[in-house]
Design a protein around this ligand. Sequence first.
Ligand code: AMP
Ligand code: ZN
Length: 490
Amino acid sequence: MSKDLYIYNSLSRNKDLFQPLNAPFVGLYVCGPTVYANVHLGNCRTFMFFDVVYRYLTHLGYKVRYVRNITDVGHITSTFDDGVDRIGQQARLEQLEPMEIVQKYTNYFHEVMRVFNNHSPSIEPTATGHMIEQIEMIKKILDQGFAYEVNGSIYFDVQAYRAKYPYGELSGRNVEELYENTRTLDGQDEKKFFADFALWKAASPEHIMRWPSPWGEGFPGWHLECSAMSTKYLGEQFDIHGGGMDLKFPHHESEIAQNTACCGKGPVKYWMHSNMLTVNGQKMSKSLGNSFLPHELFAGDHPLLEKGYTPQVVRFFMMQAHYRSTLDFSNDALNAAEKAYERMMSAYESIEQCKPSTESDADISALEARCYAAMGDDFNTPILIAELFEAVRLINGCKNGQQALTAEQLTHLKTIMDHFLMDVMGLQAPEASADHELPNVMMDAVFAVRKGLKERKDYATADLLRDAFAERNIVLKDTKEGGEWTYEKK
Ligand code: AMP
Ligand code: ZN
């Protein structure tokens, strides 16, 4: 049975056979969140997908070092640097220390990753914890003649770099075409060439997050941290670098240029980019105002949502699309995912109830081989799910006496589902994720009691119950189906 893995490499624009640089070890770097706001579901799609990459490589027996950073320095987010420090800006808005902002949103991020059953990375380095490495990298790039200093800022010299190395290979962008968009942005007057980007920016007096450097007080450019931290923990060349499609340019293109300028070679063998979660065809993003927070989705607490969905259903929904396709968010799609997830899990949980036969015409090994083939074809989770529904069909057939399966085959089916549903896709059977549902289950009981009290016309006690919750900021609302509750901070 072949377990070959082909990965669509954004750099070669091909599905390349995965051959680690130093098997059985694999180095995997994924750009982490910028912690100035709650991660939204779009961000979660990307992190969930790379969790599957990590899980599958581990399942194949590789010893994976998975590095996912936390961007906790003011992240400069437009195509070219516009000088806005998001964390500093949020700190002013919330009247908190920048590091309180960083901690607050890192905590939320970790909680969300846990609820979605993502594995923790092997190393989660922060940009602020790697100032020395970043400054050292800038020094090397300066020494190689690919950067220059102006007024305490250091810029990457794209023209000097282009004279020696190709620039723009990953994104396929032609530098000249970008000229129109960049003229008005911050720092343009300091740059030799409009496409040069900051490795280090001198801090203006009002800039809060700042560090000493050989060039005066300032802060590192957005792209530098990933170059410095991936090199530190995975080496000058490593296997896989991932992130959302929107990071290809300028972030990853700049990473390649920085690493190559510093070390004389491209850093990454396989570049992987996952596609966007969209809402009505538009990229989900905080700035467009169309983003949902994970807990809004769980509670169904958003005008665009008809009801809530468990984290496992949301994960299943994400797995039903291939990572290089966009995935559009809709109530219909989520409802369909919920039904499919329940059908899958109830078959999984009922394997033990199947009566084994002594003979069977089913070919379970072929089914298993097709599961590996699906994952081996650039992590094709939707095909994998279709194959697992073939397992569901066999199990259900066995239960209603229409499909003979031997005891050995039933055990084999259970193993396949354990491997691919649980270990690889990171799904959990409903009771394993029940702790997230516990508040809802308890509130259902509260509504049942309230209904009983009202039927007995004991309105005083029913009100007492409502008021007791209200005191704890939980608002109860009776509905035809039972009731709804929301947590409302005073
Ligand atoms: P950021 O914190 O903005 O750097 O984003 C963290 C990760 O989420 C990056 O890999 C982005 O590419 C990814 N991302 C942002 N928006 C979306 C979206 N709508 N769908 C999928 N991934 C996204
Ligand atoms: Zn990055």
